[in-house]
Design a protein around this ligand. Structure first.
Ligand code: ATP
Ligand code: MG
Length: 344
């Protein structure tokens, strides 16, 4: 479990200013605690044993922010049901497996509000009342296991990554621009936006390109059963000494100035890619993937931001970035990006 206790000024040579301190304090308050992490592990273990007692072919994986290091204490629990021998399942097949599990889980009194969302990636949602945890369970979405591992590795590269990601998630949540079901940006896409910025929106970079650094490690076809979710990679010794506050300011500026009509965001290549070239990756073969915001999924090369398909909503998202950037530039106070003036 990644819980940070050490004040960062003691572990780095970075300048420590009021804004950075504000970000750090919010991070300390909202990061996933060890207690919550342990509850999630316990729940996973119970569910895993319960499901396997009836379906020995099913394996249960913990994915998402519980494991990546980017969770807040209020984050849900994401799990992936892996059905052996059918790694690339059809959507309809996934629904069938999730319905079996749903029927089985109805026998547990402490699991309430079960609901099967039959979206492009079907999800079984429910709440565990004994631990007060919300669960999202998908089926055979093995890409989620791979990308959670990748995110976990990025979270360890530099101590500034986790506070920066968490503050961006809290901020986006506050302004209701962090909800794929409301056509805005999913948490996963936000994390990729922060990593991309730290790879190529600052000089020198804070983050390396792990796909390039560890060739053959982060591939779409490796055996997911061999992935070590707790893997400890060497931290990246960045020459960039920017403080947290300055990085947040630059993050907002980077995306205020970003030309979304021309470029896609790629963490896999640690660069922005002209949409036409990215089309070779995702958009040409799947034109429906080309939306207002293109963020390349590092393994299956789809667009993780395809939920942002409404022009008005996209304009609102951009306005939140713009106003927040202007406020932060002017005040250098973290609260100024959480309480935007309604007229802005
Ligand atoms: P939160 O802390 O807000 O719950 P999160 O980091 O768990 O955020 P989610 O958006 O809930 O992020 O996604 C959970 C996991 O699902 C991600 O870590 C990723 O593994 C997987 N995932 C989500 N969206 C996609 C996508 N478009 N393509 C592939 N995997 C995805
Ligand atoms: Mg989640």
């Amino acid at each position: 479990v990644q819980v940070t206790h050490a004040p960062p000024q003691l572990v780095s040579g970075c300048e420590w200013d009021k804004l950075s301190e504000g970000i750090w304090n919010k991070f300390m308050i909202h990061q996933q605690t060890e207690i919550t992490y342990r509850k999630k592990i316990l729940l996973w273990k119970c569910l895993s044993d319960f499901i396997q007692s009836s379906f020995p072919r099913y394996g249960l994986f913990l994915v998402g922010s519980t494991m990546s290091g980017f969770g807040s204490d209020a984050s849900d629990v994401d799990m992936c049901l892996l059905v052996r021998h059918t790694e690339v399942a059809q959507r309809s097949e996934a629904v069938i497996h999730l319905k079996y599990v749903l029927k089985h889980l109805r026998r547990c009194k402490h699991l309430t509000r079960p609901e099967l969302i039959q979206a492009k990636v079907p999800i079984l949602k429910f709440r565990d009342t004994s631990f007060s945890l919300d669960v999202d369970l998908n089926c055979n979405n093995s890409v989620g296991i791979r990308n959670t591992h990748l995110l976990h590795c990025y979270s360890q590269m530099d101590w500034r990554v986790r506070p920066l990601v968490l503050i961006v998630k809290l901020w986006a949540h506050k302004h209701d621009i962090n909800n794929a079901q409301h056509m805005t940006i999913s948490s996963y896409s936000l994390v990729l936006m922060v990593i991309h910025f730290l790879q190529c929106g600052v000089a020198p970079p804070v983050l390396p390109c792990l796909h390039e650094m560890y060739q053959g490690k982060f591939t779409p076809h490796s055996d997911v059963l061999m992935i070590d979710m707790h893997e400890d990679l060497q931290p990246f010794n960045s020459d960039n000494n920017q403080a947290l506050g300055e990085l947040l300011h630059d993050f907002l500026r980077y995306y205020v100035e970003f030309d979304f009509s021309q470029y896609a965001i790629s963490v896999r290549l640690a660069s922005r890619v002209p949409i036409e070239e990215c089309s070779a990756l995702a958009c040409r073969n799947y034109p429906y993937q080309r939306k207002y915001l293109c963020i390349e999924e590092p393994f299956d090369l789809t667009n993780t931001a395809r939920s942002v398909y409404n022009h008005g909503v996209f304009e609102r998202v951009k306005a939140v970035f713009r106003t927040s950037y202007n406020n932060l530039k002017e005040t250098r106070n973290i609260e100024s990006i959480f309480h935007l003036d309604k007229n802005d």
